[in-house]
Design a protein around this ligand. Structure first.
Ligand SMILES: CC(C)(COP(=O)(O)OP(=O)(O)OC[C@H]1O[C@@H](n2cnc3c(N)ncnc32)[C@H](O)[C@@H]1OP(=O)(O)O)[C@@H](O)C(=O)NCCC(=O)NCCS
Length: 171
């Protein structure tokens, strides 16, 4: 058994497996605290499977340090979009770059899987660096209240955002 601190090992990113769910739940509690189920983004995912083939986890050695969920959605009935979130990084390891690395990888994988658009509810100052832009007001509706400046989209295919209009639902 290695005694290296986790920071000294390489970040390993892979799809989520059923055995990861308990550790992801612990991570979410640490990162978000109670009240996390009140968020509108959670309403979209209500009643869906606990994870999809597009969800990712990041490990340092055996330690789960970050997790990211991706849920295929339709927008106004059109497929080809995916909802990103939640993204959570172990609070002890915030600011090291694991969030950035995991999100960048998830975007690459989503493009490879044929998605055209990634949608999320989050902070533009953080997600802008990945190419997310605010969705024009009134173009896309989430199933619950969202501050308009927090509904962000990242095109995986140029011009994709203009083609999506209407209500978000799980695919
Ligand atoms: C937000 C989160 C995923 C970022 O992951 P991370 O690994 O800590 O971040 P990284 O190390 O990749 O990036 C750090 C950079 O992002 C910036 N940053 C982090 N959170 C930010 C925010 N909410 N708004 C603006 N910038 C932010 C840092 O200032 C830093 O900037 P720099 O690169 O210019 O120094 C992580 O902090 C987290 O799990 N937070 C709690 C849960 C949460 O809010 N998740 C997102 C909503 S679903």
């Amino acid at each position: 058994m290695s005694c290296d601190p986790p920071q000294s090992r390489e970040l390993r990113i892979r799809p989520v497996e059923a055995d990861d769910l308990a550790a992801i739940s612990v991570l979410h509690r640490a990162a978000f605290g109670p009240g996390r189920y009140a968020r509108t983004a959670y309403r979209v995912r209500e009643g869906t499977a606990a994870f999809t083939p597009h969800c990712r986890v990041a490990h340092l050695g055996d330690r789960l340090v970050a997790a990211l969920r991706m849920t295929p959605i339709t927008i106004g009935g059109s497929p080809g979009a995916v909802l990103l979130g939640p993204v959570a990084v172990d609070p002890e390891l915030k600011g090291v770059g694991y969030g950035k690395t995991l999100i960048a990888r998830a975007l690459e994988d989503a493009a490879t899987s044929g998605f055209r658009l990634v949608l999320l509810v989050g902070d533009m100052p953080y997600y802008g660096r990945f190419g997310f832009v605010p969705v024009p007001a009134g173009q896309i509706a989430m199933p619950g209240p969202v501050a308009p400046h927090r509904l962000l989209a990242r095109e995986l295919v140029e011009g994709a955002l203009a083609g999506y209009r209407g209500q978000v639902a799980t695919a």
